[in-house]
Ligand binder design. Structure first.
Ligand SMILES: Nc1ncnc2c1ncn2[C@@H]1O[C@H](COP(=O)(O)OP(=O)(O)OP(=O)(O)O)[C@@H](O)[C@H]1O
Length: 546
């Protein structure tokens, strides 16, 4: 039965791909004979939209294949290192439009997960969803304390759909990799689908999102720049997330922001500041900054505060990545392409045997025309993208955390410039980065390191004299023990030497006694044998003594 369902779905997928003529996009040299044969045998399926551009055809095909393919396209749209720009741009427009599921089903799902009736847990649960997406749906309610909340519920049965579609995708990726190895070595379909599977499974677990939101909220506790709604962990489950309801102006609603008297310049600058703070101070950044997830508080429009929701996808950077990234940014700013190239080698992002001169020149060729423009017109997300694409030619391994960061930076810039077109990203970011670098490598770094260790030393200091005394006593004791052992060893070694000498002497007297016997000097020979016996006995005693 399952096999039959899979076959039907496979046919549906194939039909959709042919209906949008996606088979025509495969270059002729890569159309291997089994694929050509399969295509010819499905002769009744034709391209029904030849008038549309290739990007549009891909987008429409994915949209009609459902949520798993839509999200896949959205993920691919960020992989501009793999796709031509026209296709990547079209994929970025993929909309996750799905009809809401029944509120009664949501209620059932919540009750099953939290093992209690909704009325016992919450008040005013609204069965009409506030928002609905492919994986989850959001409903409003109140806690028993009166606190307004939203409840995010995973779409019932979505796991099965995801599992089935991703398994088919995986089989297709394996097939492509086997049929066209040359092409697939660059596109790496198997790895791309695997990465996608992981992302989807992560999104299915709302406990993960809850943990991320709690961490982000803690990082910005008391901040004037970013507010993250409170999560109520005792009501959270893999399928259910309960958080404080927020009322904010959606960031895409420029008119409403202006009507509220928002200081747009400050708001845009604060967006950049929030991003750099997350990356460089906390190494933990919200990486799903699409406009549906960002709001601006109605309060204090002259001192505007961002509100962030949906922490399903976050990025993290390790200490080295952060440091190299900051140095890279500063090197860009000074147009020091040599430094950029060297940093890529030092960090291990490109292989150690990369020819720095050639790499520098390739970077210069790509970036110099961009830097001809005034700084306020430069997109640093694009600078990073171009840089990574150049570095890939020099065998830079894909660094998912950097791709995520670059994508987020593009969003931040896009939103920032929409709010305040003259936004000079650099003016905001540079002092921040310089200060951060100072803290990492300058005298401040030393002070910081001392500060970091101070509580440890403060705690240990009172015990220090005792510890020193103990250590010295131990050292002395050990020295004495060592001396004892050494003496024992010397005695033993000396005994061993004497023993070996006596054994050798015994061998000589034995030899002499045999010779004397041959010469018929029996008396002498017998004395020699007795001597041999005595000497060997003495030697054996010395050697076997410990
Ligand atoms: N705490 C909240 N307060 C008010 N509205 C919220 C809150 N959380 C979510 N929403 C509303 O629900 C919508 C969807 O929420 P969220 O982005 O978390 O869900 P999602 O399923 O991950 O959607 P997407 O895939 O589009 O990101 C938001 O755009 C917002 O309108």
């Amino acid at each position: 039965m399952r096999k039959l369902r899979e076959l039907v779905r496979l046919y549906q997928i194939g039909k959709t791909l042919f209906d949008y003529g996606l088979d025509e996009l495969i270059p002729a040299r890569l159309q291997v004979w089994p694929a050509r044969f399969a295509r010819r045998s499905l002769f009744w399926l034709k391209n029904k939209h030849p008038e549309l551009s290739r990007g549009k055809r891909i987008r429409l095909a994915l949209e009609s294949l459902g949520p798993v393919f839509i999200k896949f396209g959205q993920m691919l749209s960020t992989r501009r290192d793999l796709l031509p720009p026209d296709i990547a741009e079209e994929l970025a427009m993929l909309q996750d439009r799905v009809p809401p599921f029944d509120g009664a089903l949501a209620r059932k799902q919540i009750e099953a997960s939290l093992q209690n009736r909704i009325e016992v847990l919450f008040d005013d649960f609204d069965e009409k969803p506030l928002a609905s997406a492919s994986i989850a749906q959001v409903h409003t309610a109140r806690l028993k304390t009166g606190q307004e909340i939203v409840i995010k519920v995973i779409r019932p049965g979505i796991e099965r759909v995801i599992d089935a579609d991703v398994s088919l995708m995986q089989s297709m990726a394996n097939l492509i990799a086997r049929l066209v190895p040359e092409r697939s070595s660059r596109l790496r379909p198997v790895e791309v689908v695997q990465e996608y599977r992981k992302t989807l499974l992560d999104e299915l677990n709302l406990l993960r999102e809850a943990a991320n939101a709690i961490q982000l909220r803690r990082n910005f506790e008391g901040s004037r720049t970013l507010y993250v709604p409170e999560i109520y962990p005792s009501y959270c489950h893999e399928n259910v997330l309960v958080m404080e309801r927020i009322y904010g102006i959606p960031v895409s609603d420029i008119e409403a922001l202006e009507a509220n008297g928002t200081d747009m310049k400050l708001l845009a600058e604060r967006g950049v500041e929030v991003f750099f703070t997350q990356v460089f101070r906390d190494s933990f950044f919200h990486a799903d900054m699409h406009p549906g997830n960002i709001f601006v508080s109605y309060e204090d429009p002259h001192d505007p505060q961002w509100i962030g929701i949906d922490c399903g996808i976050v990025g993290t950077l390790n200490r080295d990545d952060k440091r190299y990234l900051a140095e890279n940014f500063l090197a860009f700013f000074n147009r020091d392409y040599r430094k950029v190239a060297e940093l890529h080698v030092e960090s291990g992002w490109v292989p150690a045997d990369t020819k720095v001169e050639e790499f520098e020149s390739a970077i210069r060729t790509v970036l110099e025309p961009i830097f001809e423009k005034p700084l306020s017109e430069i997109s640093f997300g694009h600078v990073l993208l171009n840089l990574f694409n150049t570095a890939r030619r020099f065998n830079m391994a894909v660094q998912p955390q950097l791709v995520l960061l670059q994508k987020t930076l593009l969003y931040v810039e896009g939103v920032g410039r929409q709010l305040y077109p003259q936004l000079d990203l650099w003016k905001t970011a540079k002092p921040f980065l310089e200060d951060w670098m100072q803290q990492q490598v300058g005298y401040k770094a030393v002070i910081n390191a001392v500060k970091e260790k101070a509580p440890f030393w403060a705690e240990k200091l009172p015990d220090l004299p005792e510890l020193v005394y103990d250590a010295l006593r131990q050292a002395k004791l050990q020295q004495r023990q060592m001396q004892g052992l050494y003496d024992q060893y010397s005695r033993h070694d000396k005994g061993q030497g004497q023993g070996r000498f006596l054994l050798a002497m015994g061998a000589s007297t034995l030899l002499a006694s045999i010779l004397l016997l041959g010469m018929e000097k029996t008396q002498w020979a017998m004395s020699g044998l007795v001597l041999t016996l005595v000497v060997w006995l003495l030697g054996w005693r010395l050697i076997s003594r410990r």
